[in-house]
Design a protein around this ligand. Structure first.
Ligand code: AMP
Length: 630
């Protein structure tokens, strides 16, 4: 079929289109209405339908695939390798579900998961889905302050965590960060379930902290039936950064989510039951939720859970996994490929990757040299895809399950079925023409699988996403885009203060708040600066209460180190600025708004733009001086 025709039908005949896609999953009770858009921008899909994500990921496959691999765990950090068949996974998930129930977790309550890439993390996610609890996974690289904010917002009754993770051969303790976070938060979970990997000793809080291995022994024979949920019940919350310091809890439903993932596995990723899917992302990100945990298993595929980096034990490890586990579909990020580009290219051909049909890349702009290098290096097709935590599955890509549309370097592709994508003028809200820059926007209703709202904040959902384009209630992605005459889109960067470091989305405001908590800091500005390897890095400009502190080189270096350590401790190393520069004044407008775009332009060697409103032109000179090579 023609992709454009497929897309047209998905917009013009929405209900019939999605009713067809809904047959890709199991329903315990049928829906009575495909789409309820009576309260836009809020959308309800598959109203009254009863289903369950865990059933669709696991139980549904037991009859045909009980002895086939479902979860393949490989840690190049600890040397562990374990494979669980669908049957074994079914048992582990029921044990975890029984433990959760014994610890008092009920339907609709939140369970926060703060774990490295280990099978138990997935057991916990599936167990929540099974019993109708809402999971909220916090990326293991986040530290106490980030964690505390999320604990307070989600108010979990249970936190599942571990003694630690490991990265690049170094143990990263989790428990002290977790204890600190619970100390900081006003909400206190009733229990913490600890997976003891015996990587690092940790202290336990009596009564509150429970041992997973011991409880698992008590529930070895547990049988926990699936709790059937209404399609619009909440499956999970995943926090993502925005322009304010407070992260947004992206909330997803059950039925729409399952249908969207099943459809994307068929039309976009083209995965077949019995094959193996490998995503090198992390369960802490949306790619991990959609395409490590749920999507592959819903499609009856095995998923690889990989704890490790692309470089250890050597730069061939990703391809070795592809060969060993006969991976047919792989998903990674441009940064991972740019990391490999610095290594010996012979690793790309050392292993037999001929079973790999496609390598999908997403999360940040895929530059043409990187795309070409990897496509030629492994001799397999590369497909870029553009989406967001909010949408849960690709907005732009090509759908080779529908039509073999050619890809175009530098473009993530065309609008995917279900997304009514428009490019709009930022100020007038009018549609721009081909080859003109506009804000990438989506006319509601958003398709199944997209966020329902922001957790406990409907107003913020509407105000943030549907109120930024004048005169129209459309969803803004906050990305600039352009479309060529053939309908291919190109993403040109964010319209807001969100930055993207190695595919990880960070709010500059969060980093500024963290730096400002240091007693020496009067005020600061953080901007994202283009970086060859990571896409962008954060750079900080700090005004001190006492500038004398950095008069000597030694004092400057020490304070820069201290400030970086503050961010590490509060937010985690992912958010650490690459440099902290000291200035005595920040460039601001006369009304006091920091001119972040101008600072960013200077850092990237571009023209700082319109400066008619600047209060003190010397402030920009200071920025220029600070970033000039010594
Ligand atoms: P996140 O919600 O963390 O996945 O970040 C989403 C943001 O990452 C988008 O709004 C884009 O700015 C960027 N992004 C994701 N995928 C792509 C892509 N394929 N090309 C360009 N930018 C992307």
């Amino acid at each position: 079929m023609d992709l454009k025709e497929f897309h047209r039908r998905s917009i013009e005949d929405r209900e019939a289109f999605w009713a067809e896609q809904a047959t890709l999953i199991d329903w315990h009770a049928p829906f009575t209405k495909v789409l309820d858009d009576s309260r836009l921008p809020f959308t309800r899909w598959f109203v009254d339908g009863q289903t369950n994500l865990c059933h669709n990921a696991i139980d549904r496959h037991l009859a045909a695939q009980s002895d086939k691999p479902a979860l393949i765990f490989v840690s190049t950090e600890t040397g562990d390798e374990r494979t669980y068949t669908f049957g074994q996974l079914h048992r582990e998930v029921q044990r975890m579900a029984a433990i959760m129930q014994a610890l008092g977790v009920r339907r609709g309550e939140r369970v926060l998961i703060y774990l490295p890439m280990i099978p138990e993390a997935l057991f916990a996610m599936y167990a929540c889905a099974r019993i109708g609890a809402i999971h909220t996974v916090v990326f293991g690289g986040f530290a106490s302050h980030s964690l505390a904010t999320r604990i307070d917002d989600a108010a979990p009754v249970l936190i599942v965590s571990a003694d630690g993770g490991s990265r690049g051969g170094k143990v990263v303790p989790y428990k002290p960060l977790l204890d600190e976070a619970i100390g900081l938060s006003s909400h206190k979970p009733a229990h913490v379930l600890m997976v003891d990997r015996k990587l690092t000793p940790f202290s336990r809080v009596a009564d509150r902290d429970q041992d997973y291995a011991a409880l698992r022994e008590q529930h070895l024979e547990a049988q926990v039936p699936v709790t059937w949920l209404e399609s619009n019940d909440i499956s999970y919350i995943l926090y993502t950064s925005g322009t304010t310091g407070k992260p947004k809890g992206v909330q997803r439903d059950v039925g729409g989510h399952a249908v969207a993932l099943a459809a994307s596995m068929k039309h976009i990723f083209c995965g077949q039951a019995g094959e193996t899917y490998f995503s090198s992302s992390d369960i802490g990100w949306v790619v991990g939720h959609s395409y490590i945990v749920y999507g592959p298993l819903i499609a009856g595929m095995a998923t690889i859970v990989y704890e490790g980096t692309p470089l250890r034990p050597d730069a061939g490890i990703l391809w070795k996994l592809v060969e060993q586990h006969k991976v047919s579909v792989m998903f990674s990020a441009p940064t991972a490929i740019r990391v490999l580009k610095k290594q010996d290219p012979s690793y790309l051909t050392k292993y037999d990757t001929s079973g790999l049909r496609t390598l999908f890349l997403a999360g940040e702009p895929l530059d043409e040299p990187t795309a070409k290098w990897i496509a030629e290096g492994i001799g397999r097709p590369i497909i870029d895809n553009y989406w967001q935590t909010e949408t849960g599955w690709p907005i732009l890509s090509v759908a080779h399950g529908v039509e073999k549309t050619p890809t175009r370097f530098g473009s993530p592709g065309m609008p995917m079925y279900g997304y009514d994508v428009r490019l709009l003028h930022e100020q007038t809200g009018e549609e721009v023409g081909n080859n003109e820059k506009g804000v990438v926007a989506i006319v509601p209703p958003l398709p199944p699988g997209c966020l329902q709202t922001i957790w406990q904040d409907d107003k913020r959902f509407v105000d943030t996403y549907f109120s930024s384009i004048p005169g129209r209630q459309v969803y803004s992605t906050f990305d600039w885009g352009i479309r060529d005459d053939d309908g291919y889109y190109f993403i040109l960067g964010r319209t807001d203060d969100v930055i993207n470091v190695a595919g990880h989305r960070l709010g500059t405001r969060e980093i500024e708040e963290s730096l400002s908590s240091h007693s020496a800091v009067a005020e600061c500005a953080v901007v994202g600066v283009a970086d060859q390897l990571k896409g962008q890095v954060a750079m900080a400009f700090v005004v001190l209460k006492d500038p004398a502190l950095v008069e000597a080189q030694q004092g400057r270096l020490k304070l820069e180190g201290d400030l970086m350590a503050t961010v590490d401790r509060q937010l985690g190393a992912v958010a650490r600025p690459s440099r902290v520069h000291f200035v005595t004044v920040l460039p601001k407008t006369r009304s006091g708004k920091v001119l972040r775009r101008s600072i960013q332009a200077l850092c990237e060697g571009r023209d700082p733009g319109d400066l008619t409103t600047i209060e003190d032109p010397m402030a920009l000179e200071q920025v220029r001086g600070a970033i000039a090579p010594a």
